[in-house]
Design a protein. Structure first.
Length: 160
């Protein structure tokens, strides 16, 4: 793994950073740009349907980048031999943040899927509640955690 990292370091770091930016940037765009546009749709069923569709598209787009992020993180941890440096704890904190984000992402997928089924059943209140938690708490949590992780990655990168 060390040899692979040494030979492809720039590409691995690039893929890692781009994956983080796409994941966090996608959530920022959905929460702060698309959300405002959705709120202009007057009919509740149409609004919820559009929001559910946008979330589904984002979650599909983001998924491969979460995998790339994980793979590149493992390669970098081994390549930098981080566990044998003074920066081990910083690397572990970053791993923990991305792990919490992925769990939160997975739960958002489940909630969005449930909301989509509720929309089809005509339960707008249930769908609104399910998706409301995503928009009010889950996506903002991942945005904050993602920005912290990106900052820690920049700090780590400049130190190594």
């Amino acid at each position: 793994m060390v040899e692979i990292f040494a030979e492809y370091k720039a590409l691995i770091v690039f893929l890692h950073v781009v994956s983080a930016v796409i994941w966090v940037g996608g959530m920022i765009a959905l929460r702060f740009a698309a959300h405002a546009s959705f709120m202009e749709i007057d009919e509740p069923k149409e609004r919820l349907t559009r929001i559910a569709h946008a979330m589904k598209r984002l979650f599909i787009i983001v998924f491969p980048f979460t995998i790339i992020l994980l793979i590149t993180a493992v390669i970098m941890l081994l390549g930098y031999d981080l566990k044998n440096t003074e920066y081990n704890s910083l690397g572990q904190i970053k791993e923990g943040i991305w792990s919490v984000m992925f769990i939160n992402y997975f739960v958002m997928i489940i909630r969005r899927n449930r909301a989509s089924k509720l929309i089809k059943l005509g339960d707008m209140a249930g769908a609104k509640f399910s998706m409301g938690l995503i928009g009010k708490y889950m996506i903002p949590l991942n945005i904050i955690l993602g920005l912290v992780a990106i900052y820690l990655g920049a700090t780590l990168s400049s130190a190594l």
